[in-house]
Design a protein around this ligand. Structure first.
Ligand code: ATP
Length: 296
């Protein structure tokens, strides 16, 4: 189930949310990374037929998304950033409602609901009101509703916000498990989620494609440009103004920085092996905020 995106643009007045993006997404699990505002949600919403582009073309499994949206919808499941569940329904009723909307006939619907509940490990809680669910359970129910109709493509937008680390890992592993014979497009700004689960990825930056390839290729983009350097607290600002700081920690009153820079920072940096986050930083020019300050 290949997705082919050609010269895709979406403009809101003078804002270019997407600006001439061309990308091929093969099967399997594929990550879409980018800082806030890079255009990820805009791209996802075009793929799932909720938004019309300003120009360009998208085909999913050979079907033109703009010309044949109904046919595309039949073959995809979408997990949006926020899913509006009916809190007073239980999970079974919720899925029955969505299955009805997807026009799945009653007997087949019952079979599918039981199968997807089993798949996301919610069978035991199927008769509990959704309003009593934890964040992780709601996310799993989000996957279950997307799996109804057995779609070939699953589009997942920033799914792990609000999940604790354990729930995040469980959610990620579940996505990998169901990606076996499907294409799963996972949009996120968390590099670790992509690193742990995706075989291919793309990076968006200000509406443009900054990178497309394998995680290993993205790591290579940072090779020779990642340094560890110790600075005095007073030197911090000077360094941060000139290079991209990946992480920092204080060791015995001195600050140890990991930075991405073309040249040796302050002339006393020590080159270090690059990782995926360094590669992401090198192409996107952004810093992951939650990992900006790691003091020990
Ligand atoms: N309806 C809209 N009207 C005007 N501008 C919009 C609209 N939707 C999105 N934008 C702008 O388009 C750009 C891309 O937004 P988008 O939501 O696609 O980014 P994103 O990568 O998904 O970010 P986030 O991770 O914060 O959701 C942003 O500058 C945003 O402000």
């Amino acid at each position: 189930m290949e997705i082919v995106i050609e010269e895709l643009s979406k403009h809101y007045g003078s804002v270019r949310a997407l600006d001439g993006v061309s990308l091929r997404v093969p099967g399997g699990m594929f990550g879409l990374l980018g800082p806030n505002g890079a255009g990820k949600t805009t791209l996802m919403r075009i793929l799932v037929t909720l938004l019309a582009p300003t120009s360009g073309r998208v085909t999913i499994g050979g079907i033109d998304v703009m010309r044949d949206p109904a046919k595309v919808r039949e073959r995809l499941g979408y997990i949006p950033q926020e899913f509006g569940f009916y809190r007073s329904l239980n999970a079974y009723e919720m899925l029955d409602y969505i299955g009805t909307m997807k026009r799945i006939p009653p007997r087949e619907r019952k079979r599918q609901i039981e199968a997807v509940l089993e798949e996301v490990n919610l069978t035991a809680d199927a008769k509990r009101r959704v309003g009593t669910y934890s964040g992780g359970m709601k996310q799993r129910l989000g996957i279950a509703q997307a799996l109804l109709g057995d779609p070939d493509l699953l589009v997942v937008d920033e799914p792990t916000a609000g999940l604790d680390p354990e729930e995040r890992i469980r959610f990620r592993n579940l996505l990998v498990r169901i990606s076996g014979r499907r294409t799963v497009l996972l949009s996120t700004h968390i590099v670790a989620d992509v690193e742990a689960s995706c075989t291919g990825l793309a990076v968006l930056r200000q509406g443009r494609l900054a990178f497309a390839g394998t995680p290993e290729e993205l790591v290579e983009r940072a090779r020779g440009r990642v340094w560890q350097v110790e600075v005095e607290p007073g030197e911090w600002d000077e360094v941060a103004a000139r290079v991209q700081v990946v992480s920092s920690r204080t060791v015995g009153g001195r600050v140890q920085l990991r930075v991405v820079a073309d040249e040796n920072p302050l002339g006393r940096g020590v080159p270090v092996e690059p990782g995926l986050e360094d590669g992401y930083l090198a192409v996107s020019g952004s810093v992951q905020r939650e990992e900006w300050l790691v003091h020990v």
